[in-house]
Write a protein that binds this ligand. Sequence first.
Ligand code: 3UK
Length: 516
Amino acid sequence: MKAADLPLYYNMCEILEHNLDTRANKTALLCEDRSMTFGEVSRQVNQAGNALKKLDVRFGDCVAILCPDCPEWVISFFAATKIGATALGMNTLLKTEEYDYILGDSRARVLIVHDSLLDAIKPVLANHLTLLKVVVIGNTVDPEYTAFTDWIASEEETLAAAHTHRDDFCSLHYSSGTTGMPKGVLHAHKDYPLIAQLSGVDVFGITEGDRTFSVAKLFFVYGIGGNLIFPWYVGASCVLYAGSPRQVAGVLKTIETCQPTVFVGVPTVYGAILALPEFDKRYKLNSIRLCLSAGEALPAPAWQTWKDATGLEILDTIGCTETYHTFMANQPGAIRPGSSGKPIGGYDVRLVDENGNDVAAGEVGHLMVRGESSALFYLHQCEKSRHTFRGEWLFTGDQYRRDEDGYYWHAGRGDDMLKVGGLWVSPVEIENALCEHEAVSECAVVGHHDNAQLLKPKAFVCLHENREASKEVLGELLKLCAGKLDAHKRPRWIEFIDLLPRTATGKVQRYRLREL
Ligand code: 3UK
């Protein structure tokens, strides 16, 4: 599928509305306390869209949503895009100053916020004169604000979609980098059917009979793609989970109750489930036919243990906010555990050196990707945009190696790579070696200057709960590295810590380790 196959004037609310002809009474979404049909969702989208129009929200204006995964999140998102505005699903794990930055950078006109998150953003609302209205979802609504249900209750249940060009922007996602303030990534209406067809249908084979469930939240592109856009594009249902993915028991209980067929997971959650003794006997997971993983590399041992316990083969896939969704994946029947698979249809990749020339086979290079769902720039970030968006190609910042069979292996982030003694060293290679020790639960390697001000690898190691840091363990780790790694790659320091610092979306913040 190509963008040019879509009508020139196209609104992404089609992804919901094409279901109205034949499936208006089919369940579109389920959550802990409710379920809604496509018809019901569509009527409330129209009501919310009419309420936004009454506030004079116009083409291109930003509507910010700050809410755990629930029907109102979805309704607000489609309402905004349907009237031609830009929907901004905000990360629910950010700090007040980050909300302040995002409200300002996006010039949000309306904020739709869940009562449980109001306190986190309330102190900065007065800073934003562009903000016309705050609508609150939930039970305990401050009389200062309008309750979501009251806001839409008296509105008309019909609404014509705005005459949007397929290249008009319809969503804004802030991507939390490992450094600096988050960057706003705008996506167009066309990107939604593109990713649904290219990944959801062509690679993952999602069909009308499926039911998706995601631990990645809707504010995260991987989550909204896998758990809203893919299923609705084919008329399947989704399960919304408002809880934290860290509450693994809640995740497993939801799977047991709602019986999804597709599980949209991340490596840390697979790891946490595997750490629960006899999880496969205590919870019924047999509704699941397909398991996805993304966000960071899924280690091969976790892939194998999951397969041994459940019989299911996880598909590790990589995408980024800039491409909206997947561009490389392990495909059913062609999986290489530990790798990110191969480029999927609709996307091309290249591995290049510092000068932009293709690297030789087997060598690590910077990953560039080309595909029609790519964003065009970062909002208000000229310099960063120039660095990342290079004509048709997107510079991902990832380091990859391609093996003889064409599979791609992640070798860390470009900005994490170390040059030791003039040679490139990937922290990931050292981390993999350390993780082979049975006492190690996770670890991260960063560059650290030695007495001669030369960069050398330093490892931060977390041990399993029942293990103590000791001279013995340290000695074993050093010995392990000596056996596995070339001399220049061996960590010169190993420090034991309780937890690795992570971003709100779960990525290790190496820059914080560097600062330690
Ligand atoms: C890293 C991976 C190794 C990689 C995303 C699937 O994660 C997503 O988007 P983000 O913008 O982050 C992108 C960056 O995360 N990464 C993601 N997946 C993998 N590294 N193996 C993987 N399987 O550094 C990438 O550049 O938060 C993932 C679909 C849509 C997405 N937006």
